[in-house]
Design a protein around this ligand. Sequence first.
Ligand code: HEM
Length: 207
Amino acid sequence: MVDEAGARTPRIIHPLYIRVTHWVNAVAIFVMVLSGWRIYNASPLFHFEFPAGFTLGGWLAGALAWHFAAMWLLALNGIAYLAYCVVSGHFRRRFLPISLRRALDDIILASQGRLDHAPGRYNAAQRLLYVGVILAVIVAVLSGLAIWKPVQLQALTALMGGYESARRVHFFAMAAIVAFLIVHIGLAVAVKGVLAPMFTGRAEAPR
Ligand code: HEM
């Protein structure tokens, strides 16, 4: 914001509610991914295993305990985040409209180092990525439920194409989330002035 003297004064660009749910979500997802890799290693779907040093839980039962504990955290925190996003108008203001064309333009600009980052406003590429990862997390939770309770939730498991197919859906949802995280964390660290406001909430930004 620019005051009467022409100076820019900081304002809250990330509300406390968004910051808390974002970081709780980040912890839950890290625990779920790392314990998930240990569970995968006990019965690999493909011809590879994840390095044991990058897994959590030590053994199958330990990893399952971590995975289920973080699952409740992710589900409850995720519902709280999405409910706030929709009810407060945060989703509409920050993520809409979504345009594939504009997202591609922004990616090209970013690759040339010409994309401006306006604090408190997401560019078209960010919008697409954030909404994409929210959908990937929802698919991961639903396919996880389909694998966890295939008898009680047989309609959901059938919707995923059966138990074996639901395992693959779960794996590829995880892969999409990890791919997002590589880009997201890379940009959060590389782009100046983006990371600190996600902790403090404040940044010098236009209204
Ligand atoms: C682990 C799973 C994570 C997911 C699913 C995730 C997802 C998201 C989403 C959806 C937003 C938009 C929030 C909103 O306005 O509603 C966001 C913002 C942000 N995230 Fe994450 N995030 C994750 C982890 C991280 C980590 C580990 C970091 C830092 C190292 C990080 C740094 C940030 C920053 C700095 C912003 C604000 C970006 C900006 O103002 O341009 N995130 N994240």
